[in-house]
Design a protein. Structure first.
Length: 399
């Protein structure tokens, strides 16, 4: 008998499994709103002009592809610090912040989780309720005990801010708190700048460790406005971590480009922290890949390409906002009384409020594929399918 005979089939990934089901559906009306990939009006993943031009520049001077340092390409990490924290940021200039290139945002979360658990093995982590499905797998795999703080208010379709503050306030000192920097996944509900200030007041008072997940910088309001919580944490001198991704914002899903930044007390402490974080890199994948990070650093360090990228991100943001407007209008036309949740939420996702059973009905009867927690990807809606999506959702939403 095989040694593997006792291994059971793993359940399908709650998000990626949706795409597999979508592909096998023969219906001509099918719409995939499950996976979080930005699509243009034609329903295709676009190639950013800034990215194409950066690749052409890189191709003009071919270079050997040797191993990178464990913390990545220096030009990339420098460009990331400026994008995340802003030009001339004091915390960056003083050496209090260290940044490591990672395998997208997921890899940054994993490196950060391993680093924290090794340093503080008794620490727990708090996630928002709800959160991205993969968060629990990453942090449980690193050895963390997991708990949740209230976040989404089903009654209003917004943030349960009093519940959030109460949940975070009850945490023991040293607890890691996972915070979505912008475009909360899956709810699309974000904090205001004033609310960020209150959250960080509690974090400082209770001696908690904020870990920001920022996969969508630029998709809410803009690249400068979206990291408000991250920049406030750096300004206040807090200890913090931030994982940022270039998958959505540069369309580099397959290149796996991201970074982990850690805010420390001073430059001396930062050097020690970097040495320990690099050990986490070494034990996971040794060092990161070259191509995607070279694209990002070329775009961000070339003024013309940077301006082009910012304009393209703005066009993505505007298209998503237009689809939200059209979806809300379609729901109203089909008898749904309250559609504010669609237009008030931000980013690629909207939380419909539908139950798992209703989402299964949406897939089985109407061939519209979303996640069982009620999340749909607005960035996958276009003018050709928005009417059908609205009609189908309206049959399940309260009137």
């Amino acid at each position: 008998m095989s040694l593997f005979a006792s291994i059971e089939q793993a359940p399908a990934d709650p998000i990626l499994g949706i795409t597999d089901a979508f592909k096998s559906d023969p219906s001509a009306d099918k719409v995939n709103l499950g996976i979080g990939v930005y699509q243009d009006e034609s329903g295709k993943l676009p190639l950013m002009d800034a990215v194409a031009r950066a690749e052409a520049i890189i191709a003009e001077t071919p270079k050997p592809r040797g191993y990178l340092p464990m913390d990545g390409i220096p030009e990339f990490t420098a460009a990331t610090k400026e994008l995340v924290f802003g030009p001339g940021n004091e915390a960056v200039a003083s050496g209090r912040i260290v940044t490591l290139q990672s395998l997208a945002g997921t890899g940054a979360l994993k490196i950060g989780a391993d680093f924290l658990h090794r340093a503080f093995p008794a620490a727990r982590i708090l996630f928002s309720d709800p959160t991205w499905d993969n968060h629990s797998a990453i942090y449980a795999g690193a050895g963390f005990e997991i708990d949740y703080y209230p976040y989404y208010d089903r009654a209003t379709g917004g943030v349960n801010f009093p519940g959030m503050l109460e949940g975070i306030s009850a945490a023991a000192p040293g607890t890691v708190v996972l915070l979505h920097a912008c475009c909360h996944n899956p709810s699309g509900c974000d904090l205001t700048p004033a609310q960020w200030a209150q959250v960080l007041d509690v974090v400082a008072e209770k001696q908690l460790v904020p870990f920001f997940d920022m996969a969508y910088q630029g998709f809410a309001v803009g690249p400068e406005e979206d990291p408000v919580g991250v920049r406030l944490a750096a300004e206040r001198g807090l200890l913090f971590l931030v994982a940022n991704s270039y998958s959505k914002t540069f369309g580099l899903y397959g290149e796996r480009v991201g970074a982990l930044s850690i805010g420390c007390t001073d430059a001396t402490e930062a050097k020690r922290v970097l040495s320990r974080a690099k050990l986490s890199v070494r034990s996971n994948y040794s060092n990161p890949p070259t191509h995607g990070a070279s694209i990002v650093s070329t775009v961000l360090s070339t003024p013309e390409l940077r301006a082009s990228w910012e304009a393209e991100v703005a066009s993505y943001r505007d298209r998503i906002a237009n689809m939200r407007h059209l979806l809300a209008e379609g729901l109203k036309a089909n008898g749904v009384a309250n559609t504010d949740f669609v237009t008030n939420q931000r980013g690629m996702f909207t939380f419909t409020g539908l139950s798992a059973e209703q989402m299964q009905t949406l897939r089985g009867e109407y061939h519209i594929y979303g996640v069982d927690n009620g999340r749909i990807c607005v960035a996958a809606i276009n003018t050709r399918n928005v009417e059908y999506v609205a009609q189908s959702l309206a049959k399940l939403l309260p009137r």
